[in-house]
Design a protein around this ligand. Sequence first.
Ligand code: HEC
Ligand code: HEC
Ligand code: HEC
Ligand code: HEC
Ligand code: HEC
Ligand code: HEC
Ligand code: HEC
Ligand code: HEC
Ligand code: HEC
Length: 324
Amino acid sequence: MHPAKAGMMIFMLFWMWVLFTHPQRDQQPPFPLNLFAQAKTEDFIGEKECASCHRAQVESFERSAHAAYVHSPRLPIDKRGCEACHGPGNIHLEDERNPAKVMSFKKAPSAAVATACLRCHAETMHMTQWKRTSHAQHGIACTSCHQIHRSAEQRLPIEPNRLTAFPATAASLSFEQYMLKGDPVSLCSQCHQKEAAEFRMNFHHPLPEGRMICSDCHEVHPDQASGKRSHPQKGSCATCHADAAGPFTFAHDPVVGGTGEECGECHRPHGSNNPRLLKTFSRGLCAQCHTDKASTHNPGQTCWTAGCHVAVHGSNTDPLLRTP
Ligand code: HEC
Ligand code: HEC
Ligand code: HEC
Ligand code: HEC
Ligand code: HEC
Ligand code: HEC
Ligand code: HEC
Ligand code: HEC
Ligand code: HEC
């Protein structure tokens, strides 16, 4: 036999030996999926059993929006009732106080929480997409924002803050539907106080007025389409400001992303003390890039209010952006 062939044979035999004698150790799926993987049909005991020891939680779950979804007898047994989230009852009852045998959303790390919720919510997002978010990377869990057990009359854990004058009807709708811990502005503001404060500036997107919410711009659950972005891009501004976004025959480079920050080159998205949410309301706004335009170039007002470059976003008629 040719020595190269013999070498190849030995190499292959070695790998076959490795594969047969060392079965993959990683076959256990991560907690809490391992509970479901090891369960037999009879390990699911149904929620009547749970009530004998956890009456309060059975009652609070009954009145939550989720109850209607997971009670259907048409669902497979492992996606029905309490056990759909907390895992098969029999395994839990083998050793009630063992945290490895029941899914506790309060005690489990945030990755396990996401794993439990995403067993069913694959249309909202996949685990790989969730893991890329800044929230997942900082240990924020689905249950930092969502509260699953809550009766209608229970107070929300996150009280409305001064920023929000959220219309009561809109708020209660989203609490109920999305099972959030607070109205969708106060919820985010409790952790993002710096950004929330920007909405108190003289000029701001109308969140305090209850006409918008943070997630109109920020994708909390990035899916395939929005990819890994949690920051909004031009496209998301364009959904509401098509006039500013174009397309134009003569596009202004920064508006179409030619310089990187798109709309953010000139605007502060949350709020600003300048009209039109501008970074500065002076020629300085334009001079940050057009350094070649000396101060003698039409001194006076701003480059756009002086009646010159009025089509700041782009023009269909004039490459110098002087007419729309
Ligand atoms: C015989 C009583 C009993 C039954 C039946 C029972 N549990 Fe438990 N469960 C316990 C005890 C005891 C604990 C441990 C509480 C502790 O450590 O504070 C516990 C803990 C839990 C926890 C974790 C709570 C925590 O704070 O860590 C969850 C979730 C849970 N049970 C859900 C269920 C579900 C769902 C069912 C029905 C499928 C169920 N239990 C049935 C007695 C029971
Ligand atoms: C859709 C998922 C889901 C279902 C279904 C569900 N729970 Fe929970 N459960 C949670 C979450 C999430 C928490 C953490 C607190 C919260 O968000 O309300 C929790 C909290 C608990 C706790 C307190 C210990 C802990 O995990 O923090 C117990 C006990 C419990 N649930 C029992 C039950 C019982 C009994 C049922 C059935 C009537 C049930 N759960 C149905 C998601 C669920
Ligand atoms: C057993 C499967 C299952 C699990 C596990 C589950 N859900 Fe759900 N959930 C559903 C179904 C079914 C709906 C109905 C709407 C739908 O089809 O998306 C729903 C609805 C929701 C809604 C409202 C969606 C809407 O459009 O109104 C939210 C929010 C939600 N779930 C969050 C969670 C969170 C957070 C967890 C983990 C604690 C979780 N779910 C675990 C099955 C599940
Ligand atoms: C930072 C807060 C936050 C976190 C963390 C979060 N959500 Fe949400 N979720 C929201 C808000 C706010 C809404 C309301 C709709 C919207 O604005 O996107 C929502 C809506 C939903 C909906 C219904 C609408 C939809 O997109 O299908 C589901 C299902 C859901 N969340 C599941 C989850 C799951 C599962 C996780 C964890 C993997 C999670 N959420 C983590 C804030 C959050
Ligand atoms: C429980 C606290 C908490 C809540 C509630 C919360 N966040 Fe966050 N968020 C964080 C942390 C921690 C980070 C990562 C560190 C940072 O950038 O501040 C983060 C990061 C972000 C980022 C990305 C910042 C970056 O640099 O990439 C955005 C955008 C964001 N959050 C928006 C929201 C929105 C919108 C909501 C409400 C739907 C929300 N957050 C609710 C804690 C929270
Ligand atoms: C009009 C769209 C819009 C709304 C509404 C909005 N944001 Fe933003 N947000 C942006 C844009 C664009 C950026 C990225 C540019 C920047 O960093 O200034 C951003 C950046 C952020 C960041 C990251 C800041 C950093 O230092 O990286 C956080 C956190 C954040 N927003 C939270 C919020 C919260 C909380 C709310 C609601 C109170 C909110 N946003 C509402 C558009 C918006
Ligand atoms: C969900 C819709 C929505 C999105 C997305 C959105 N905006 Fe707005 N924007 C508004 C509303 C509503 C106003 C207030 C207009 C009013 O009061 O008539 C506004 C006002 C503004 C203004 C001030 C306009 C004026 O006449 O003073 C600017 C500038 C602006 N937005 C830029 C942006 C940028 C940049 C983005 C992307 C980061 C963005 N917007 C995303 C809805 C949106
Ligand atoms: C080169 C700087 C610059 C960039 C980049 C820019 N804008 Fe503007 N924008 C301005 C100026 C200057 C005004 C004030 C114009 C006025 O008052 O007539 C303005 C005004 C606006 C207004 C108020 C109404 C209007 O159309 O005059 C909106 C809305 C707006 N911009 C949205 C956007 C959006 C969305 C983007 C990104 C697609 C963007 N802007 C990018 C400079 C810019
Ligand atoms: C973030 C950088 C940036 C800012 C801010 C900016 N521009 Fe521009 N602008 C450009 C670039 C890049 C071009 C493409 C031509 C070039 O290389 O100069 C351009 C092109 C132009 C043109 C077309 C004529 C030419 O030189 O090709 C005009 C007119 C113009 N800008 C006006 C303005 C005005 C008015 C403002 C302030 C409202 C402004 N620009 C702000 C980057 C910027």
